[in-house]
Ligand binder design. Structure first.
Ligand code: SF4
Length: 459
């Protein structure tokens, strides 16, 4: 079935799933309250947002220079850089490292880029077990589902449904408390951390002037995954840079406030290479995989490249009326929600995700919620324009658009036919797209223009 059609069908069913709605509304309302609290730590939040936005825009406009600066500083501390043009390159390199480390299992912390390259499936096919160590991701792995949300992967699940999952069910009952569930997972994972040969993490930021990888988290699983195994592989998109360690304060606090409503996340690690000679702990080897996967294609688009400033806080999804109704999985994309609809058509042009740009009411809440000032709803409009220009719209849509444009560009044509004819045409041609459950708008008998003229006696 065509991807676009699949999205329409699953949105129809999920929007009327009352249990799903109840859980999402509850979790998002908790987030909204917490985020307000988290944001109150800023004396001038707009100034912090402007600073973050300007910094990320500087990075995007000079990405080549910052990448080279980062690479040279990272290498100085003994780290190894792998440039991966696409998912296949990244997978091949990770498999190579796994083979040379005689690796049979990997502990992995939360990373959307590993979802983007489909890492788990690829490694399992190569007989390497991958254990998700973030609680939400662990739950999703048990469920056999991809993450539902870029920050809270199991946002759509109740504690009862989690306790019912096959592995959890062995040792828990449905009355289990969230603390008991967390304890159960902690016990399951402890040995895995100690015995894994490789730890895979994402990276929240890359600091160009120190050559460091920054990880922010709340569970300590990323630190454990980085520090226990002999080999640490970090993987992220090439856009994750910030120029200096002096920029980190604003990004760490903005991400915590907008992502989870905290003042700061519980664990924040700045990792500069593998274990040094005078250090006792840490991995013997550290690799950083810098993934392009068409980010340079997005970078080439002057209007849409701002999307690369995203720090993946998930705030735009939490305020989006579409996301709240249809949920994260309906997008059928690694990155869901408003920013996912902007970037997916560019990250995976061969998979035609342009229809996601229409999954927006254009209310602008996403733009207002963004800590780095990305004008998300405008970028969706640019995508829609490109969608049409690249010939992805249907013949019927093109025909509607032609008639609409012809009428809109000339008053005499717009007034032709009167309200009766226009309402008939609307019902004939737009009823299906408008949706069975929505009342069609009616064209009034006298247009604004006619009323204006009449009131002022203009002939
Ligand atoms: S676009 Fe902005 S609000 Fe949305 S996830 Fe990225 S940083 Fe957060």
């Amino acid at each position: 079935m065509e991807k676009r059609q699949q999205v329409i069908l699953s949105s129809e069913s999920i929007a009327f799933d009352k249990e799903h709605r109840k859980i999402i509304n509850y979790n998002i309302s908790k987030y909204i309250g917490a985020a307000q609290q988290g944001k109150s730590q800023f004396v001038n939040i707009n100034l912090a947002k402007q600073r973050a936005s300007a910094t990320k825009n500087k990075v995007i406009e000079n990405l080549d220079k910052f990448l080279i600066e980062f690479e040279s500083n990272f290498i100085k501390k003994g780290g190894k850089i792998i440039w991966a043009q696409n998912a296949e390159d990244a997978i091949a390199e990770i498999k190579k490292i796994a083979k040379s480390s005689s690796c049979n299992h990997i502990v992995k912390s939360k990373s959307m880029v590993t979802e983007e390259i489909n890492l788990n499936k690829e490694l399992v096919a190569d007989s390497v077990e991958v254990i998700e160590t973030d609680l939400g991701e662990y739950i999703q792995q048990l469920s056999g589902e991809p993450p539902y949300h870029i920050v809270t992967p199991a946002m759509h699940k109740s504690k009862e449904s989690i306790a019912e999952l096959p592995n959890a069910k062995k040792q828990t009952d449905s009355n289990v408390s969230p603390n008991e569930l967390a304890e159960f997972v902690r016990n399951e994972l402890r040995d895995k951390f100690i015995t894994a040969q490789i730890g895979v993490t994402g990276a929240n930021y890359l600091i160009a002037d120190t050559g460091s990888v920054v990880l922010t988290e709340n569970e300590g699983n990323a630190i454990n995954g980085m520090a226990f195994p002999k080999v640490h592989i970090s993987i992220c998109g090439i856009e994750k840079l910030i120029p200096s360690i002096y920029d980190l304060d604003v990004f760490i606090t903005l991400l915590a406030s907008f992502g989870t409503g905290q003042q700061i996340t519980t664990y924040n690690s700045i990792i500069s290479g593998p274990k040094q000679n005078d250090e006792d702990d840490g991995p013997d080897e550290m690799y950083l995989i810098l993934l392009d996967n068409n980010r340079t294609g997005l970078l080439a688009l002057a209007e849409q490249r701002r999307a690369l400033a995203c720090i993946k806080c998930g705030a735009c999804s939490n305020v989006c009326p579409v996301y709240k109704n249809v949920g994260g999985h309906t997008y059928g994309a690694v990155y869901g929600g408003p920013i996912g609809s902007v970037i997916m058509p560019h990250l995976k042009p061969e998979e035609n995700y342009y229809h996601l740009s229409s999954a927006s009411t254009m209310c602008g809440k996403c733009t207002a919620s963004c800590p780095v000032g990305i004008d998300i709803h405008k970028l969706l409009l640019y995508n829609r324009r490109d969608f049409v220009a690249k010939g992805h719209s249907t013949k019927t849509e093109n025909l509607y658009r032609f008639f609409w444009k012809t009428a809109m560009l000339k008053r005499s044509k717009m007034d032709k036919g009167g309200a009766k004819v226009k309402n008939f045409m609307m019902r004939q041609f737009f009823r299906k797209q408008w949706g069975e459950r929505r009342e069609m708008p009616e064209v009034v008998t006298k247009s604004f223009n006619q009323q204006w003229r009449e009131q002022r006696g203009i002939k």
